[in-house]
Design a protein around this ligand. Structure first.
Ligand code: ASP
Ligand code: MG
Length: 392
């Protein structure tokens, strides 16, 4: 297979990579903040594909756009104007007035979906939200082509089949695999960069559905697992999955690697706002390695990671009026962790509302009231993670 990135001296990669080579790169909204970010992302993708051969680029909406579209669906006129302004500017930067006109025309569908209907149904909300990703894909595609990458767009609405649950759909693997194999695989095998939207798919009965907030990561991992591609890079603006929320713990550090059950537990309890189903598809192709972090480094998630017996991270999530704090690490000594939690609460003066630990889950979970959250997370990090934690 030859590298189809149009570079001055094309590199041949056939000798270096196994036959199922190919990478899925997921570009998060956190990287798409300004008009110029599409070119910056295209430059990084070009460099990555020159080393890896073909690949699939799964793209999210620009930073903040999904929230704005939600507000628009709830009746805010200003929100839709803001989406037009952001995408209009990005399109102009990437492809001049022509692309800007095209993108604004595409955005016109939001107005048509919302206009006139007195009752906004979940199906309309999903159709509105999907436009954020569709338009972002169009702009990235042009930025890649403008950077000399041979790129093709594939519509996720055509190749990702879902169970039809609006706002929180699951991907139907068999049908999606068949579609990806016929429409995406041949392109990837010939070294083309395929650009598709994350977060969206079509139900069996033909409705646009979204996969739940943060669902682009789930799309990316599903595409890799279903096409048996060996590597997924979830690229974001933080170094990786962190040992605690860095906005609470200044000394939080990147977790080097997580097993599937660790990352599942971490996602359920809010780590990096990962969608809880993101890593389910790995069980379909346990050889896939997923990196979450920057372009060339990050936390590795791999079905082959063995329990280290260390505590990996502390994470938290709000359910109702309580915050749940989870200490995660497969094989960690739970009695020791529980003792530290209880001691921390006595020493730092926060009360624990409940303490949970299942023999089948790699976590110790407790709940605290909102005013105690930061203190609880900080003290757990310093007493447990910094002492019993993993070294990166
Ligand atoms: N744009 C969607 C969201 O904000 C999906 C994603 O970014 O993963 O939730
Ligand atoms: Mg995300």
């Amino acid at each position: 297979m030859s590298c189809r990135v149009r570079c001055a001296s094309p590199i041949r990669v056939e000798d270096e990579l196994p036959s199922d080579s190919g990478v899925v790169v997921k570009v998060g909204g956190s990287l798409l903040r300004s008009p110029s970010s599409y070119f910056e992302v295209a430059r990084r993708i070009k460099a990555l594909l020159e080393r890896r051969g073909g690949g699939v680029i799964v793209v999210s909406a620009m930073k903040g756009v999904t929230d704005l579209l939600l507000s628009a669906a709830r009746g805010s006129k200003g929100a839709l104007d803001e989406v037009r302004r952001r995408y209009g500017d990005a399109a102009y930067e990437v492809g001049g007035a022509g692309l800007r006109t095209l993108i604004l025309k595409r955005l016109g569908i939001v107005e048509r979906l919302l206009g006139g209907s007195r009752c906004i149904t979940p199906s309309t909300v999903d159709a509105v939200l999907s436009v954020g990703e569709v338009v972002s894909k169009e702009i990235l595609l042009q930025a890649l082509r403008g950077s000399g990458v041979e790129a093709e767009g594939v519509d996720s609405l055509e190749v990702v089949r879902t169970d039809g649950r609006f706002g929180n759909a699951s991907i139907l693997y068999d049908e999606t695999k068949r579609l990806l194999e016929s429409k995406v695989k041949p392109l990837v095998s010939s070294g083309v960069a395929v650009v598709m939207e994350g977060f969206i798919g079509t139900s069996v009965s033909g409705y646009v559905t979204t996969l739940g907030r943060g669902g682009s990561d789930y799309t990316a991992v599903s595409v890799a697992a279903l096409l048996k591609l060996p590597e997924v890079r979830i690229v974001t603006d933080v170094p990786g999955i962190m040992s605690a929320d860095p906005s609470i713990v200044a000394g939080a550090r990147r977790v080097k690697e997580l097993s599937l059950s660790e990352v599942h537990e971490a996602s359920v309890y809010g780590a990096k706002r990962l969608h809880p189903r993101t890593f389910y598809p790995v069980s379909l192709h346990p050889l896939v390695k997923v990196f979450v972090g920057e372009w060339d480094s990050g936390t590795r998630i791999d079905a082959r990671v063995k329990p280290s017996g260390r505590v990996k991270l502390v994470t938290h999530r709000k359910f109702g009026s309580f915050h749940y704090v989870a200490v995660v690490g497969e094989g960690m000594r739970k009695e020791e962790v529980i003792k530290e939690v209880v001691e921390a609460s006595a020493e730092r003066g926060f009360s624990i509302k409940g303490l949970y630990s299942s023999p089948h889950k790699p976590s110790v979970v407790f709940s605290v009231s909102p005013e105690n959250l930061k203190e609880a997370v900080r003290s757990i990090h310093s007493r447990i993670i910094e002492v019993l934690g993993d070294e990166d």
